[in-house]
Design a protein around this ligand. Structure first.
Ligand SMILES: C[S@@+](CC[C@H](N)C(=O)[O-])C[C@H]1O[C@@H](n2cnc3c(N)ncnc32)[C@H](O)[C@@H]1O
Length: 226
């Protein structure tokens, strides 16, 4: 199934808002760290419900915020959640970013980058559209070291790239970024039931669930364009 078909289904049954709620646990810490100055232009790749653009406008006074997504239904939903004229939600693909060279100050992505059909090309595109000194904050929950996330690929028909810490850093460097930060942000908000309630439908042991959410959480890699 194409990215568009898969995520149009998700948007139609309200999963855009469900993802927003879950991803917000760690995405808010990523957004909070972004060095956005008043009036700057920001981009969210794979915006889903579009919460990041709204947050960067509201909390950081970004001048213009764009959310880009391959799913028309996601973009339609995102547009319906705000009437802010300085937010633009666009239908587009990570393969070819519809922005001028050096036109974006800072870019963000949460739980979307690994769907890129050619992630190296997407990084090249980002290093083109982000101006010198601008940043790319790349957040993923699906990555090599987070072993309990590996089974997600079986549940979705779109191919996902599973890199680890070093592969992210190397790919960023190869695309021309300086890697200035990489760490994992624990999800301290997903509720973990007491030991005597395991196994659950989704988890064999409580230790596995603790490992995924509290230890691994979200992998953040931050690149700066020289
Ligand atoms: C798992 S959702 C995450 C949405 C949002 N970032 C969040 O944190 O809730 C991934 C989103 O990326 C979009 N996406 C995946 N691959 C894409 C691509 N190649 N180009 C543009 N958007 C893509 C999907 O349509 C979907 O809305």
């Amino acid at each position: 199934m194409s990215v568009r078909a898969e995520f149009d289904e998700w948007a139609a049954d309200g999963r855009d808002r469900g993802m927003e709620q879950r991803h917000w646990h760690t995405a808010k810490h990523v957004l909070g760290r972004m060095p956005v100055e008043v009036g700057e232009t920001v981009l969210d790749l794979g915006c889903g419900s579009g919460y990041a653009a709204r947050a960067l406008r509201d909390a950081k006074n970004a001048g213009r915020a764009y959310g880009l997504d391959a799913s028309p239904a996601m973009v339609r939903n995102a547009r319906s959640y705000t009437d802010d004229p300085d937010i633009g939600y666009l239908i587009g693909d990570f393969d070819s970013l519809p922005f001028e060279t050096d036109s974006i100050d800072h870019a963000f992505t949460m739980e979307a980058f690994y769907y890129a059909s050619d992630p190296h090309n997407t990084l090249q595109e980002l290093s083109r559209v982000i101006r010198p000194g601008g940043t790319f904050y790349c957040a993923v929950n699906y990555f090599e070291e987070s072993v309990h996330t590996h089974e997600w690929q079986e549940k979705i028909s779109v191919e996902m790239t599973r890199w680890g810490y070093e592969q992210y850093r190397e790919a960023f460097r190869n695309a021309g970024f300086y890697v200035v930060e990489q760490d994992t942000i624990p999800d301290r908000e997903t509720e973990i039931p007491p030991e005597d309630e395991f196994p659950t439908d989704e988890w064999k042991t409580r230790a596995d669930m603790v490992e995924q959410y509290r230890e691994y959480g979200t992998l953040l890699t931050v690149g700066v364009v020289p």
